[in-house]
Every structure is written in structure tokens, then in C-alpha cells.
Design a protein around this ligand. Structure first.
Ligand SMILES: [Zn+2]
Length: 121
């Protein structure tokens, strides 16, 4: 099922205008960024499919995965098919600091947040 889901997501992304966006970006000179993002998304889809294949071999089910996705999706307060992390507030200057940053981008104070295993993907 995950393979079908992944293939469906790829088809949906293409159908939703990724090609049109990419074409529009070519004129702006940012096509390499779009291409790089597409490559990262494709790589993540491959890694996700491989991980799910391994977990299914250990007896996990599509129903378990679906339930956990719904749980994680809603854990940020919104069931919107994405997981967002609220920004931190710098304890020195009060600026909002994007989640995952080790230091405040304004004053450089350490946030105290440690990088997670999926940071930087
Ligand atoms: Zn600060």
C-alpha cells in the first residue's frame, strides 16, 4: 500500500502543477533550487518506502501506519497532512527563532534545542 501511496503522491505532485511551477521558475533562474528540492523529495520517498518495507517485514500493518500518521499530523493542533513545529522565543532578545535552529538568528543566543535525527533533510 505504501508503494501505491508514494506513487500516488508523485503523480499528484506532477498533476498539481509542479511542472508549471518549475517552468515558471526557469525564467527566474531558480530552477536549480526546484530541481534540488525535487531530488530531495524523491530521495525521501525512496527512503520512506524502504523503511516501511522493512517495518512490514517485522509485522507492522498499513492500518498501524495510517493511524500513526493521523496521530502525528494532529499533534501540532491541526490535521492538515503536515507536521509543523512552532517557533521558539529567544530568551535574550525575544525574537522568534525557527524550530531546529541551534542559535537565535538575531543575537546568537543558544536555543538549547538539540538537532533531531531528521533535521537537515
Ligand atoms: Zn535572540
Amino acid at each position: 500500500m505504501i508503494a501505491g501511496y508514494v506513487m500516488g503522491q508523485r503523480a499528484a505532485a506532477r498533476a498539481s502543477g509542479m511542472g508549471a511551477v518549475s517552468d515558471a521558475m526557469r525564467g527566474l533562474g531558480t530552477v536549480t533550487e526546484v530541481d534540488a528540492l525535487n531530488e530531495r523529495v524523491n530521495r525521501l520517498l525512496l527512503v520512506t518506502e524502504a523503511m516501511w518495507t522493512l517495518l512490514k517485514k517485522d509485522g507492522h500493518t498499513d492500518e498501524e501506519l495510517t493511524a500513526l500518521i493521523a496521530e502525528l499530523d494532529g499533534s501540532d493542533g491541526q490535521a492538515d497532512n503536515r507536521k509543523t513545529t512552532a517557533p521558539l522565543t529567544c530568551k535574550t532578545c525575544g525574537s522568534k527563532v525557527a524550530a531546529g535552529l541551534a542559535k537565535c538568528q538575531i543575537c546568537g543566543t543558544a536555543t538549547g534545542s538539540l538537532p533531531g535525527p531528521l533535521d537537515g533533510i
